[in-house]
Unconditional design. Structure first.
Length: 262
């Protein structure tokens, strides 16, 4: 089964597998959304099953909640947890300051609430997600459905006044109909190419009526665990500036690969 995985999937897997080491008995853990976070949930499920790890997970989407329950993780709501020890999640882009673009999977609102309510946020990503400047990945913005076209026009006008490179905001679709988030909202994807000042951009966007939240995560992520297709892993911590290198063995994880293929 291992041979059928692409190098990117292997990179995502090793990042997730290494990040699972951050999870300790008794922790309340925020569980991210997306394909990399799904690997993490599977790894944690294996640790619950085989090692008796006791954790309570707060999922950031209905998809993740379903997977977490399927693999045997106890799921609680954020209001039950109130505060989390750790959140582990994927990202669409990260820069040298560990600022992020998230929301490619449409779960940015819950992801930001959960990460912000955590003592520590660990991002797991394949090396392809690292960028010098954020913005090549379209920036997701969650907007309420009421008057979304007016909100879109307001965002576009503001981007023009800010003189940013790309200026179009497109409604995310799910086939023929607009994509609907877990909170019943829409997503506008902002095609910016380059976000010179992500902190300012995040503040400006969130001030607009109709906008619920944007996918820029500024000063939220503490550590990034970067996976490579050959099993190498690099850990960077923004707080103490440490960089650590590791390598993971694919063979020991054959069960997980088999599970995913099933
Ligand atoms: O922000 C997210 C979902 O809203 C994901 O973490 C992000 O899109 C990365 O996804 P993947 O791990 O599948 O590449």
């Amino acid at each position: 089964m291992t041979g059928e995985l692409s190098p990117i999937d292997k990179a995502k897997f090793v990042a997730a597998k290494r990040a699972a080491d951050f999870v300790e008995d008794g922790m309340r853990v925020g569980l991210g959304t997306g394909s990399t976070a799904a690997w993490l949930v599977r790894c944690l499920g294996e640790m619950v099953r085989d090692e008796g790890l006791k954790i309570r997970g707060v999922p950031t989407s209905t998809r993740t909640a379903r997977l977490a329950r399927d693999v045997g993780i106890e799921v609680i709501s954020l209001d039950e947890a109130r505060w989390l020890d750790l959140t582990i999640d994927g990202a669409d882009e990260f820069d040298g300051d560990l600022n992020l673009i998230k929301g490619g999977g449409g779960a940015l609102l819950q992801e930001k609430i959960v990460a912000t309510a955590s003592d520590q946020m660990v991002v797991i990503a394949d090396i392809g997600k690292e960028v010098e400047t954020l913005g090549a990945f379209p920036l997701p913005v969650e907007v309420i459905p009421f008057g979304w076209q007016t909100t879109q026009a307001l965002i576009e006008e503001t981007l023009i006044s800010m003189d940013v490179l790309g200026r179009s905001a497109t409604l995310r679709m799910n086939g023929e109909t607009p994509f609907i988030t877990d909170e019943g909202n829409h997503i506008l994807d902002l095609h910016l190419n380059r976000i010179g000042n992500p902190r300012q951009m995040a503040l400006v966007i969130n001030q607009m009526p109709g906008v619920v939240e944007n996918g820029l995560f500024i000063d939220i992520c503490d550590t990034v665990v970067i996976g490579y297709g050959d099993g190498r892993v690099e850990l960077r911590d923004i707080n103490d500036g440490t960089v650590e290198h590791d390598r993971l063995d694919f063979v020991e994880s054959d069960n997980l690969f088999t599970d995913l293929a099933d």
